[in-house]
Design a protein around this ligand. Structure first.
Ligand code: IMP
Length: 214
């Protein structure tokens, strides 16, 4: 992990906000920048929402992942005037018309459970009880607003929904998602193995490649 930066080191760096307070996601992006090499890592200082004093829960009620990511990035750009990127992800199940999609985090909210991983997973399995075709995919979209332009990066991970939850690692729908070409669910995989093939890992790698070549 990157040691704490001194004021001198921060001086020449470009400030880039990641519109999240999810420490796991922040660490993942910082680590991938480090992996890309000291030259690129030393050019960007990645800040979280709390680093810039933003404690607003930016609404995610857009119709697409790209909409939601753009709204979050624009919020930071407009209110704080700092270059920014934001992400939005979710699960799309073919037999359910690509639901839960942008509603992945609040899928079971009609039943009184908001942002409740277990209730979401239970509802998904219930809705798929008699479904044979179980193809699904996770999708992440990252929108970057930097130097006056907008870039979009997308990562998709295909797989299928299992008949019951398996494994206890990860979060969200991980216990019921078995990625293509694997015989274990995301919730049975080590984090590094999941990141290597996951939707978020793919989108973040594209972002890092872009920052490297920019
Ligand atoms: P977020 O936009 O990354 O916060 O994801 C929104 C919702 O999608 C989460 O609350 C989860 O329900 C679901 N989700 C996104 N990525 C994953 C993942 O890697 N594993 C399991 N569920 C995920």
């Amino acid at each position: 992990m990157r040691p704490h930066l001194t004021q001198d080191e921060k001086k020449g760096m470009k400030k880039l906000v990641f519109a999240t307070n999810n420490s796991h996601k922040l660490e993942e992006v910082r680590a991938m920048l480090e992996e890309a090499g000291p030259e690129v890592a030393s050019r960007y200082e990645i800040l979280s929402l709390s680093d810039i004093g933003c404690d607003v829960d930016i609404p995610e009620n857009g119709l697409t992942f790209a909409d939601n990511a753009l709204r979050k990035a624009e919020y930071v750009k407009v209110h704080y005037n700092i270059d920014c990127f934001a992400d939005d992800s979710g699960l799309e199940v073919r037999a359910l018309g690509m639901e839960p999609g942008v509603r992945s985090a609040r899928y079971a909210s009609e039943e009184g459970f908001d942002h409740n991983n277990e209730a979401n997973t239970e509802k998904l399995l219930r809705n798929m009880e008699h479904v044979k075709e179980r193809q699904a995919q996770f999708r992440t979209v990252i929108v970057l607003l930097m130097d006056g332009f907008k870039e979009e990066f997308e990562g998709i991970c295909r797989g299928e929904i299992t008949r019951k939850p398996i494994g206890n690692k990860g979060f969200g729908y991980d216990p019921v998602f078995m990625p293509e070409g694997h015989t274990v669910t995301f919730a049975e995989m080590a984090m590094e193995d999941k990141n290597a093939i996951s939707h978020r890992g793919k989108a973040v790698r594209q972002l890092v490649n872009f920052l490297t070549s920019h």
